[in-house]
Design a protein around this ligand. Structure first.
Ligand SMILES: Nc1ncnc2c1ncn2[C@@H]1O[C@H](COP(=O)(O)OP(=O)(O)OP(=O)(O)O)[C@@H](O)[C@H]1O
Ligand SMILES: [Mg+2]
Length: 242
């Protein structure tokens, strides 16, 4: 926790999603966590640091809530200022990084209270996640900077436990990596929400298959993150979404 926050007794956590491999499910997980936290009454600022600007484009499609702010074109030289500027009006910061090794990765990690590494449970290739884990270990070893982190398994098959999932889990267990209890399941709703705009809660149940299960998955994922990375004094501010 930062000294200023400690003195004030406040904490607006910064959660960064990182995986240097493209397509691991970062942006999808960012959208789910942001919209669920907003649904729970938190004020969320998403820092869109991906040059492709998926979150910014999605946000422009329809306003989710005035509790959600998306800051576009965040980069290594602006991120610290972006966080400082929005701190008074934010409970949670969520950072969406590009799927590549950039100077922004280390900068964002250094500013984070928690790094979440999405790794596809449906693919054997966990190398992009391993790169981030190595960087976190390097920062701890060389600079004594310890940033709490965990893996969230993504695109997990809802019907069967695949061999690929078991292999990824085995690899992570061998390395003593903390894995979230709730994986993000492969759901059509998680793709469609980017085209529809809004959130899982504004989508039409008659148009999207298994929307109830997608909502339940996103809610449990966000609840686990709130337990792991709580906001101090948030209780007095929390309002249930209408
Ligand atoms: N849980 C999921 N269910 C269904 N589709 C998913 C899920 N997670 C990701 N996808 C799809 O996989 C593709 C890649 O996901 P996403 O854009 O979230 O990955 P990313 O890590 O942000 O990629 P990049 O590194 O390019 O930014 C997208 O088409 C997305 O819709
Ligand atoms: Mg992305």
């Amino acid at each position: 926790m930062r000294l200023q926050d400690a003195l004030l007794g406040t904490k607006m956590p910064v959660i960064t999603f990182a995986n240097t491999k493209g397509g691991a499910g970062k942006t999808t997980a960012v959208l789910l966590l942001a919209t669920e936290l907003v649904q729970q009454g938190f004020r969320v600022t998403v820092l869109d640091a991906d040059p492709q600007q998926w979150i910014t484009r999605w946000h422009k499609l329809s306003a989710v809530s005035d509790r959600l702010t998306v800051v576009p074109y965040v980069n290594a030289s602006t991120i610290e200022r972006n966080i400082a500027d929005a701190r008074p009006t934010t409970d949670y910061f969520i950072v969406d990084l590009p799927g590549a090794r950039t100077s922004l990765l280390a900068t964002a990690i250094g500013l984070s209270d928690h790094v979440l590494i999405p790794i596809q449970g449906c693919a054997m290739d966990a190398q992009g996640g391993a790169n981030v884990l190595e960087l976190l270990q390097y920062l701890e070893r060389r600079a004594n900077i310890r940033v709490p982190h965990s893996v969230v398994l993504t695109r997990v098959n809802p019907m069967v436990t695949t061999r690929a999932l078991l292999a990824v889990k085995g690899l992570l267990a061998q390395r003593n990596v903390d894995v979230l209890n709730i994986p993000i399941v492969e759901r059509a709703a998680f793709r469609d929400v980017f085209d529809c705009g809004g959130s899982l809660h504004t989508m039409d149940e008659t148009q999207v298959s298994n929307l109830d299960k997608a909502r339940e998955n996103a809610r449990l994922f966000a609840e686990e993150m709130v337990r792991r990375v709580p906001v101090k004094r948030a209780a007095s501010r929390r309002r249930r979404a209408a």
